[in-house]
Structure formats: structure tokens, C-alpha cells
Design a protein around this ligand. Structure first.
Ligand SMILES: Nc1ncnc2c1ncn2[C@@H]1O[C@H](COP(=O)(O)OP(=O)(O)O[C@H]2O[C@H](CO)[C@@H](O)[C@H](O)[C@H]2O)[C@@H](O)[C@H]1O
Ligand SMILES: OC[C@H]1O[C@H](O[C@H]2[C@H](O)[C@@H](O)[C@@H](O[C@H]3[C@H](O)[C@@H](O)[C@@H](O)O[C@@H]3CO)O[C@@H]2CO)[C@H](O)[C@@H](O)[C@@H]1O
Length: 603
């Protein structure tokens, strides 16, 4: 049994009755009348005879740009990303960022890219396609409707169903998975079953004509990129509901692990909710030493996803190594992953959102030449905003993250007394576990002139901290990739990081940041040695503040390229290796279109 970091503690949904039969409702009839955003005919699509309406445009790269002519696809893959978060429409953390940023970068390489995620809110930029499909979820037939918009070269598809829209009020930050942090919705397994089935329908039933480069449904020769445990049923349904019927014969599934701490462990009896044939029981079966959500034998969604997908990826090479290093870091999936293998590709970040030269949330823009003066002014603005004494000579340390043990905010709180006597201020921004939120909120009372803990999900403030702080501290017990250090470095904000996961891959000791060493991954305890490591490394960073060495580090941080361009190339390479019919390398392009101003999810 892994001693720590399986984060799920319960919330299993119990079935009251057993499902007698499985499978999708019969699909008959035909006719796909949805034509991009214009035609809003009320078409109830029960058919999946998408091929009848195919009219692809082919794509050719040329030196002077894209030249695409009617005919068969000559270039690019058809990629369907599926996930429960997609920024800016929905986000509780980094999963949303990745589904927001990676797809446009792959579209920029000439691939046809769609994301499928829940419609948690009335997104003002996503239109009703009027296309509906029926899927069997648990023992009920549910109708789902697709909404759509086309942004930065990506078809953003939103799955509309009351199980998403009625539960989540407000677009980001909370309530996507449960009424509060640590508590899951009882019907999460059904919600995610519905999402997976809808995602499998989308490429076939949506007749999208979003750009001059591509038109018609995506068709069947696609690659699904499933993300985290919520999408684990996708490879299983692909095989049992489609490929057995000769549909999607060449389609493949890549499964990306953003966080092994959340695996979707549920009561074994819940298998019957999933509408999968009995032979899949063993794929899901999993026994651990935990009592929650039930003692002993369970189903484990992530295990099934790892075993049933064609390719398993994660979000940094070092995390990939950690996952197979043993039970603790692999959270009891290490033996399974050793069998399948795993590819680690470090995440990129959205340089349109996170750039000191264009950031819409800061009052002053800067570059490598103006950084030293600009940061002082931005720090003063930040100090004033959070109510700390305004003093440009005090080094400011920031923290941004979900308040879960993963992120080590508890270790940080414990370490603060050990360095707060220095010339320093600290601002912690995060939401999550109530106990951890209370801990950070108390800091202001204890250190009124030195510390602020803000238990809110606040995007603009995150930008101001990234820009105005001198250091960003990331004391994670484990960190698959970490985006906050990527966001901070272009702003010359030097990261102080635990030596784990993607933090190892992206921060170089003494060159672009400060490493604290690896922490104990046991989430149930705070190791005093880790408190010491954190405090001494912060002190080391404070000593460097204002020195020529620190100035060099700031420059080193700022000149790196953390955009999605490089990672997208690597993603392209591994996805091409899946050898799906019609797939071809894309072109060496940039993102097709900038993030439109209206590309903001508002209720
Ligand atoms: N209170 C708050 N207010 C405003 N913004 C907030 C916020 N709390 C967090 N954020 C934002 O949420 C994102 C968090 O990024 P992380 O890399 O820490 O992801 P997370 O751990 O959630 O995701 C997992 O998936 C990602 C993506 O693969 C991996 O990088 C990561 O290691 C893994 O744990 C950042 O954009 C951050 O600014
Ligand atoms: O983008 C942020 C993270 O979002 C996902 O994590 C969520 C996870 O998948 C959900 O299951 C849920 O986790 C809760 C867990 O189920 C429950 O038993 C309890 O331990 O509390 C957990 C937190 O509420 O919410 C997570 C988001 O908070 C995604 O899987 C991660 O990769 C992302 O880091």
C-alpha cells in the first residue's frame, strides 16, 4: 500500500439497482444538418453515418504559408482532446491550462483539433449546434447536446447535460468535481461516463465547417487524447461500443496522466454502472489497503485507462521516471505503468496569457531591459493591493496553487516562522481543503506586516503575484509538471522549488532558480526535515536578492522559451507513431489565430 498520496478519500457512488444490459441505444436514422455555427436547425441526431456528409479539405504546407485544396487530407492528424477542464471556460488548476493551451499549438502545426469538455455554464461564445445524441448512462438513456465555438484554430465542443450545468454555478475555480474541495458529487462516475460517450460521438456527428482548411465531421480516423481518470472509460467504450461494430476501426487513444494522485477508485460493485462487458472487470479490479471509499477490493478507473489505451503519456520526463520508481511515487500504479511504458513530455504554457509584455492584468509591461525597474513598481502595486506595507526594498515571495497536501502549503506554513524574521514578505493565494485555507488565512493575524493568505480563486491576482513577486515558492511533495514556475520565469520571478517531477526538468539550480531537494511524499505528515529544507532554501534565495548573481538569474529565467511550440512538436511525434490512417506530420507553423478578446467564459 502506498503510504501517502492517493488523494481520494471517498465519494463513491453506489448503485441501487443493477443494470441488466449494456451498450448504447440503437442508432438509426440519418442526416447531419449542423453546419458550423450558422445552421441552428433543430436536428436530433441519432445517426452516426457521418461519412455520408464528409467533405474534407486537404492541407498542404508550402513555403509561403498554407495552401489547402479540396480533396483528401494530405497533411495533419485529427485529434480529439477530452477532459473535464478547459481554460478559459473551466479551470480548477493545471488540467484546464493544458487543455486550453496544447490544442491550439497542435492546430498551429496544421492538425485538425477538437476539445470536448462539459458545458458547466452558459458560455457566451459557444453556440448551440442543435445536435443531440442519446447515450446510455447507468440504467438511463440520456440526451446530450453539443455546443461549439472555434477559437485559435480549435473546435471547442461543450457537452450540454443537466449533470454538468445544474451542479456548477460559475465558470471556474470550484464545484466542477464536488460541492466543495474533498467532496465528490455522488454521480461523478455517471457524469464522466456521459462525457466519454459524448466525446466518442462528437467527431462523427458534428458537421463542423469552422475554417477554410477543414470541413465536415472529423470522421473515424482520429486520435482521442484522454486526460486523467475522468476520461478512463473512453478507450473501453471505443472498443466495446464501436470497434466491435466496425466503427472507429483505426482510431487510437492516448491517455495522459496529469496527476496520479487522483485515480477514480470506487466500490467494486459500481462496475455495473459503467455499462461495460464483464470481461472488463479485471481491467478495473484493484485492491488496496485503504478503507475509503470502501475497504479492500475496488475498481480503479485510471488503471483501466492505462491498460486499455494505445499510448500512455505524462506531463514531464522526470515525473514519468518517478511514476515507475516505486509504489510511493507511482501511487500503486507503478507496476502497471512499468508494463505499458510511459512517455513524459514537459508541459508548455500559454504565452499569450502569460507574458510580461502583454499581460492584461498588470499596469506596466516590461522586457529583459526594463525588468529591474518595472518589477519594483509592480511589487509596490501588489503590496498595496493585498494590504502589506509598500516597500520596494523588501523581497517578496509568492505562492499560488490548489491547497492540497500535494502542493506543500502546510509545509510552507510550518516553515514561515523559520525565515519570517528576515527582510521578507510572503503572499499565498490558493483554494482547496478548508483546513489548509484556514491555515493561510490566519497568517495575516500572526504576521500583519509580513504575510497575507488569500483563500480565493483569483486569476487577476495570480498574474499580479507572478509579475510583482521576486520569488515564487513551489514546495510540492510531488509535482507532475507544474505550470506556476513556467508562468513566473518569463516575468523574471525566480522559482524556489522542491526537487520533484517537472520542477526538476524546468528549473536549474543556481541558474534559473533554487532547489530545496525532494520532500517526503507522505501527505499525512509534515517531515521536519522538509520544513528545514524549505526555510534554508528561502534564506539562501533572500541572500542572493539584489546581487549581480540574482540579476543574472532573472535574465536567464526570462530568455527561455516555455511556449507550447516545443512540447507540441514532441506530442506530434508520439501521436504520429500511433500510425492512424491518414495521419501525417503537420507544418511548422504558429498558432492560427490569437486568443480572441471575447474568448472568456462568463456566466
Ligand atoms: N487560487 C488560485 N487563483 C488563481 N489561479 C490559481 C489558483 N490556484 C491555482 N491557480 C492556477 O491554476 C494553475 C495550476 O497549475 P499547476 O501546474 O499547479 O496545476 P495542478 O497541480 O492543478 O495540475 C496538474 O496538472 C498540471 C497540468 O498537467 C500539472 O502541471 C501539475 O503538475 C499537476 O498537478 C496555474 O495556472 C495557477 O495560476
Ligand atoms: O486541474 C486541477 C486538477 O483537476 C483534477 O483533479 C481533480 C480530481 O480529478 C477530482 O477527482 C477531485 O479530487 C477530489 C477527490 O476525488 C476526492 O476524493 C478528495 O480527495 O478531494 C479531491 C479534491 O477535491 O478534484 C480534483 C481537483 O481539485 C485533475 O485530475 C488534476 O490532474 C488537476 O491537478
Amino acid at each position: 500500500m502506498s503510504k501517502h498520496s492517493w488523494h481520494e478519500q471517498g465519494g463513491a457512488w453506489r448503485t441501487k439497482g443493477r443494470v441488466k444490459s449494456w451498450g448504447q441505444v440503437s442508432l438509426n436514422g440519418e442526416g447531419l444538418k449542423y453546419d458550423g455555427l450558422r445552421s441552428l436547425n433543430d436536428v436530433h441526431v441519432r445517426s452516426t453515418h457521418a461519412s455520408k456528409t464528409r467533405s474534407y479539405l486537404s492541407a498542404k504546407s508550402s513555403k509561403i504559408g498554407r495552401e489547402r485544396v479540396l480533396g483528401k487530407i494530405e497533411c495533419g492528424m485529427k485529434l480529439i482532446f477530452v477532459g473535464t477542464e478547459v481554460a478559459p471556460w473551466s479551470k480548477t488548476g493545471g488540467l484546464g491550462d493544458v487543455l486550453g493551451g496544447l490544442p491550439p499549438a497542435l492546430a498551429g502545426h496544421g492538425h485538425r483539433v477538437m476539445t470536448v469538455s462539459p458545458r458547466y455554464d452558459q458560455y457566451k461564445d459557444a453556440w448551440d449546434t442543435a445536435v443531440t445524441v442519446e447515450v446510455k448512462v447507468g440504467d438511463k438513456i440520456e440526451t446530450v447536446r453539443f455546443f461549439h465555438c472555434y477559437k485559435r484554430g480549435v473546435d471547442r465542443v461543450f457537452v450540454d447535460h443537466p449533470c454538468f450545468l445544474e451542479k456548477v454555478w460559475g465558470k471556474t475555480g470550484s464545484k466542477l468535481y464536488g460541492p466543495r474541495a474533498g467532496v465528490d458529487y455522488e454521480d461523478n462516475q455517471l457524469r464522466f461516463s456521459l462525457l466519454c460517450q459524448a466525446a466518442l460521438e462528437a467527431p462523427r456527428v458534428l458537421n463542423l465547417n469552422s475554417s477554410k482548411y477543414f470541413s465536415g465531421p472529423y470522421g473515424e480516423d482520429v486520435i482521442f487524447i484522454a486526460n486523467d481518470w475522468h476520461t478512463a472509460l473512453l478507450p473501453c467504450y471505443l472498443k466495446t461500443m464501436y470497434q466491435t461494430r466496425g466503427i472507429y476501426r483505426h482510431a487510437k487513444v492516448a491517455f495522459c496522466i496529469h496527476n496520479i494522485a487522483y485515480q477514480g477508485r470506487h466500490a467494486f460493485e459500481d462496475f455495473s454502472l459503467l455499462n461495460l462487458p464483464n470481461e472488463y472487470r479485471s481491467t478495473f479490479e484493484f485492491t488496496d489497503g485503504h478503507l475509503k471509499p470502501v475497504k479492500g477490493r475496488k475498481i480503479n478507473w485510471m488503471k483501466a485507462a492505462i491498460l486499455e489505451s494505445d499510448l500512455v503519456l505524462t506531463v514531464s520526463p522526470y515525473y514519468a521516471q518517478e511514476l515507475v520508481s516505486g509504489q510511493d511515487k507511482g501511487v500503486e500504479m507503478d507496476n502497471i505503468i512499468r508494463k505499458t511504458g510511459i512517455t513524459g513530455i514537459v508541459n508548455g504554457m500559454d504565452i499569450r496569457e502569460w507574458s510580461p509584455q502583454t499581460d492584461k492584468f498588470i499596469d506596466l509591461h516590461f522586457d529583459t531591459k526594463t525588468v529591474m525597474e518595472a518589477k519594483l513598481l509592480l511589487k509596490e502595486a501588489l503590496q498595496a493591493e493585498v494590504g502589506l506595507p509598500v516597500d520596494r526594498d523588501i523581497p517578496l515571495v509568492g505562492f499560488i496553487g490548489r491547497l492540497e497536501e500535494q502542493k506543500g502549503s502546510d509545509i510552507l506554513v510550518e516553515a514561515i516562522p523559520k525565515f519570517i524574521d528576515q527582510n521578507v514578505q510572503i503572499i499565498i493565494l490558493g483554494t482547496g481543503k478548508k483546513t489548509l485555507e484556514k491555515e493561510i488565512a490566519k497568517l495575516e493575524e500572526i504576521y500583519p506586516d509580513k504575510a497575507r493568505g488569500i483563500a480565493k480563486f483569483n486569476g487577476p491576482l495570480a498574474h499580479k503575484i507572478i509579475a510583482g513577486a521576486d520569488f515564487i515558492v513551489i514546495p510540492s511533495r510531488f509535482e507532475p509538471c507544474g505550470l506556476v514556475q513556467l508562468h513566473s520565469m518569463p516575468y523574471g520571478t525566480v522559482p524556489i522549488v522542491a526537487s520533484t517531477g517537472g520542477l526538476v526538468d524546468t528549473v536549474q539550480e543556481g541558474y534559473t532558480g533554487f532547489h530545496m531537494g525532494a520532500f517526503d511524499v507522505d501527505c499525512e505528515a509534515i517531515d521536519p526535515a522538509d520544513v528545514e529544507k524549505l526555510a534554508s532554501t528561502v534564506k539562501r534565495a533572500l541572500e542572493a536578492y539584489g546581487t549581480p548573481a540574482m540579476k543574472r538569474m532573472i535574465q536567464n529565467c526570462m530568455v527561455q522559451d516555455f511556449s507550447w511550440k516545443g512540447p507540441a512538436k514532441q506530442w506530434e511525434k508520439v501521436l504520429l507513431n500511433l500510425d492512424v490512417a491518414g495521419s501525417d506530420a503537420g507544418i511548422d507553423g504558429d498558432e492560427i489565430a490569437p486568443l480572441a478578446k471575447e474568448n472568456v467564459a462568463t456566466p
